[in-house]
Design a protein around this ligand. Sequence first.
Ligand SMILES: [Zn+2]
Length: 83
Amino acid sequence: MSEADGKDPLVYIHQLTHRITRLLKALGRLGECESCHAEVYWMLTKNSKWLPYDVTGVPHFSTCPEADSWRKKKGAKEVEQRR
Ligand SMILES: [Zn+2]
């Protein structure tokens, strides 16, 4: 019934992506992934860690072809912290 005023989900996603990209540009630092050299925005987290995000707002570790190599490092750190 609300089809007429309802937005196409794709339009909605596009707007969201646009908003996220603007946020990333405002808050993040444009740089590149150290592993695959893709263009990413580095965002500072609450823990004062820099995390890379794709220009679409997706965390880069979910799209990086080299993510496995830096996931292992993280895992090693977590094991260290548990001791
Ligand atoms: Zn990468």
